[in-house]
Design a protein around this ligand. Structure first.
Ligand SMILES: C[S@@+](CC[C@H](N)C(=O)[O-])C[C@H]1O[C@@H](n2cnc3c(N)ncnc32)[C@H](O)[C@@H]1O
Length: 324
């Protein structure tokens, strides 16, 4: 008899306890872009490359807990912890120096998961301003600029790594008349001089908050709020708790709970959706706070990889509006 794997849109453990996603949840199985590939018969697991809505059984959950317990027994040696925090931007500089041209990815999922970003590049969308934070190689800035039909779109991109900003400026699609890249640390005491308070229509936060020390999250969110127009939107995507990348960390990589340093010195946190709610819920209306769980399969090598990402959309209320 074939063993059935349990799959559903969202496990009980993941069900947000408070205000939760409404508009279109990436976990919704029907008509969601990646939502239709649901595995019901495990013997078919290697018949396609990816499956959606993977729910773990107790054995897998226990394995994850064991891995993390093991990692926490051998954390990063105390004398190195401060160096990884203090030199965080420098490690990212090294990363971009080494990998300069390998980082531009055409992310088809951007259009699917964040259609709001692509609505503002329509010809008749009016004056719109976007800021990509922790822009790296400009993986959001460049698709927007190259596809835009909106002459009144301006795209800002910032990163605390000066090397990343140079990579962006050296891209052939970089045009100072339509965009501006600059160095700024999201956790600074104030917003950058390049950005007027309450002037941005959309802030893009893709795989960047995970690189920020948890002690600095609050300042980061304050800065985001200050830059965003009332009614403006933050689009967020990042690593989720128990993602394969978290469970694979070996000895001497854990900095603090769920926060790690990779072999190249860059830091990464793995969030759960409650933390995201805590961070954004008192300042923004949470339009989406979803967990995207995929089982990705290497059919040739018969390897199963469980990826977990969080995705969110947070809207700044209009004056006089209370949080939804
Ligand atoms: C994993 S990369 C993601 C890059 C890009 N967002 C993408 O998705 O391709 C994280 C980026 O965040 C930047 N970063 C990390 N901490 C930052 C901070 N406090 N302020 C600004 N940028 C930061 C890093 O330099 C790096 O470019």
């Amino acid at each position: 008899m074939t063993k059935k794997i349990k799959f559903s849109a969202m496990s009980t453990a993941e069900q947000p306890k408070k205000r939760e996603s409404s508009s279109r949840d990436i976990n919704a199985p029907a008509n969601a872009p990646f939502g239709g590939r649901v595995l019901v018969d495990e013997s078919a697991v290697f018949e396609q490359n990816a499956w959606d809505h993977a729910i773990w059984d107790e054995e897998q959950e226990q394995h994850a807990r064991n891995q993390i317990a093991r990692q926490s027994k051998d954390p990063v040696p105390e004398e190195l912890v401060q160096k990884f925090h203090a030199d965080a931007a420098e490690y990212w500089n090294k990363f971009y120096t080494k990998n300069e041209h390998k980082f531009f990815k055409d992310r088809h999922w951007l259009r699917i998961e964040f259609p709001e970003l692509f609505q503002i590049i329509e010809a008749n969308a009016g004056e719109k301003k976007v800021l990509e934070i922790g822009c790296g190689a400009g993986n959001t800035m460049f698709p927007l600029l190259t596809e835009s039909k909106n002459p009144n779109l301006f795209v800002y991109a910032c990163d605390f790594s000066s090397t990343a900003v140079e990579v962006v400026k050296n891209n052939v699609a970089y045009d100072p008349n339509r965009g501006k890249a600059f160095v700024w640390d999201l956790t600074d005491d104030d917003i950058p001089p390049e950005i007027e308070p309450e002037s941005m229509d959309i802030l893009v936060l893709i795989f960047v908050l995970s690189a920020v020390h948890p002690d600095k999250w609050n300042q980061a969110v304050k800065n985001l709020e200050k830059m965003l127009k009332p009614g403006g939107l933050i689009v967020f995507r990042d690593y989720g708790r128990y993602d394969m990348a978290q469970l694979r960390f070996k000895k001497n990589r854990m900095l603090s709970e769920n926060f790690y340093v990779r072999g190249d010195g860059t830091r990464v946190y793995f969030f759960d959706s409650d933390e995201i709610f805590q961070m954004f819920g008192s300042r923004f209306t949470i339009e989406q706070n979803a967990v995207d769980r995929r089982l990705i399969v290497n059919r040739l090598r018969k390897i199963k990889m469980y990826r977990i990402w969080l995705q969110g959309k947070f809207r700044k209320p209009l004056p006089g509006q209370t949080l939804a």
